[in-house]
Design a binder for this molecule. Sequence first.
Ligand SMILES: Nc1ncnc2c1ncn2[C@@H]1O[C@H](COP(=O)(O)OP(=O)(O)OP(=O)(O)O)[C@@H](O)[C@H]1O
Length: 237
Amino acid sequence: MLELSNIVVQYGMVKAVRNVSLTVGKGEIVALLGPNGAGKTTLVSAAVGILPVAAGNIRFDGADITKRPAESVVAMGLTLTPEGRRVFAELSVADNLTLGAATRKDRAGVAEDIDRYLKMFPILGERYHQVAKTLSGGEQQMLAVARSLMSRPKLLMLDEPSLGLAPRIVERIFELMIDLRKSGLTMLVVEQNATEALGIADRGYIMASGQVVYEGNAAEMVDSEDLMEAYLGAGVH
Ligand SMILES: Nc1ncnc2c1ncn2[C@@H]1O[C@H](COP(=O)(O)OP(=O)(O)OP(=O)(O)O)[C@@H](O)[C@H]1O
């Protein structure tokens, strides 16, 4: 469904992503792991058109999207929930959700989806008219995910969805990903919680210093203590 080939992304003269190739098949959950500064956020930002690629090719759902602007990529069904619970802080939960559907024209479908996601995230229903900045960290992350889902993605990329959240909320986020997969969503998840991410993923990639240093079957990766130790060190819980 998504095919990144030999991607290079630069900040000025610095190559943050160096020749990375990665694929996500329909229905898969793929985990993208690696230490701080490895280039994971840069890679997913480039994949959705937020950052330009200096070289390489991006294909999504049969089309070349390498040079497409971000809005057009979202409209095609490839959406990123960025790192750091980025919601519109001054807007209500309701407005955040509606804005998530900005690329859609089917009003009735949007209303149905709001109902659906309020059922999936009951806390957002309780806080429906509250401004987002008054929500707890976990609630804001739920809102960020729900807002992304409002664009009706075929493939959702989640950048560190569990970052800074209490263990109980982290567990809830991972359960949610399992539910979303059952509903047919394909996902790429960037995570520091390597063990948990590989626990729900089919395959995993490990990046270090801008490159993919390992890729493999998630169950085999999580069982390999040497691998986890070598590449992920303190990131392993
Ligand atoms: N806007 C920027 N300008 C210059 N350098 C940047 C910028 N954003 C990131 N970098 C650099 O690019 C490299 C990759 O950063 P990136 O945020 O993609 O890593 P990451 O794997 O997502 O890390 P983390 O797990 O800490 O979020 C780092 O060396 C970082 O300092």
